[in-house]
Ligand binder design. Sequence first.
Ligand code: ADP
Length: 398
Amino acid sequence: MRILVINAGSSSLKYQLFDMTKHTVMAKGLCERIGLDGHIKHVAEGHDVYESHAPMHNHAEAVRAVIGLLTQPDTGVIASMEAIGAVGHRVVHGGEAFNASVLISDEVIKAIEDCVPLAPLHNPPNLVGIRACQEVLPHAPQAAVFDTAFHQSMPKAAFLYALPYEYYERLKIRRYGFHGTSHRYVAKRAAEVLGRSPEELKIITCHMGNGSSLAAIKHGVSVDTSMGFTPLEGVPMGTRSGSIDPAIIQFLMVKENQAITQVTETLNKKSGVLGISGVSSDFRDLLAAATEGNDRAQAALDIFTYNVRKTIGGYAAAMGGCDALVFTAGIGENHVVVRRMVSEGLECLGMTLDQEKNKSLSGQEGIISVDGSVNKIMIVPTNEELVIAMDTQALVGV
Ligand code: ADP
């Protein structure tokens, strides 16, 4: 079976076509500048990379362009669009309505619409992508896979903020958490690599990319996570502040005469390791600058890794232990120095990093703690698109 995975943004659409017999990517690409002049980059098995500027007035036109590329002889990998057995959509926010992936129906679309106030920048384009695929690929069943769903198992103690309770009841203000597809996948893979059942393990997953979040996964279910009502909460990130004293917001508005939109923009786009270092949001650049003696780049690395380690300690305490610490995403999978800095001091949790394995296994799946380590430190590369495809296949039932 072939499954098309779609991640629709406000003016972009990312796609991957999977061959589910081998779990391989047959073709993938990105449509950008939808509604403007339009640009497509398409990479397919057995063909040269294809790039073109072609006006795409809306997402349905973008989907049509993608289907054209997937089926034409010089760029394609399938004979006709009927070869696409199902479509899986990444949907950012499922609120409290969804604790798992679902087949899309009119009721599901309505429930995703109801979550728009919780994710005003993400859910509307996700819905546009769903409608575009329904229009262009009417034969194919469609599934929605939510970033929030995996964390719906959190207990109230972890998801409620200490605000007036009516804000939760009336406005649905609570911790939702994000990156759920990634946390779920890498925790399951980690259990497989350890040859143990997820039900008997306490795992802490560190998804560290441009956006970063940690999750505490006890007996296979998420019991806490660091992102909150929005992805702004938690550890510092590339450009996001992570958790700060909320009183800073009013202080900045008064002292700097800034509007709330400006402050929010600063917290989302100009903070994190970029804000601290003044160098870059990219952790490779930070390391290069720190190695050359840039103190602020070093401070950014110190602050990031300190906060990740502190969160790990909190989650180990919350779960009453941690059998495995799992690093994933761009930084978690690849950044030797960040993993080393995060792991310093974790001997108190019965886990000791093997410095050699940390280097030699970088970028690969494996155990990077020393052989005698009671609890394990691991790298598990994430693959959110494959999880979306696998969830879709399971829902379609073939
Ligand atoms: P996104 O959240 O946008 O998906 P990624 O998961 O791709 O982000 O992570 C981007 C981060 O990963 C960047 O900070 C980058 O420095 C880091 N990264 C990517 N590849 C490497 C590498 N080979 N070595 C060190 N860091 C890397």
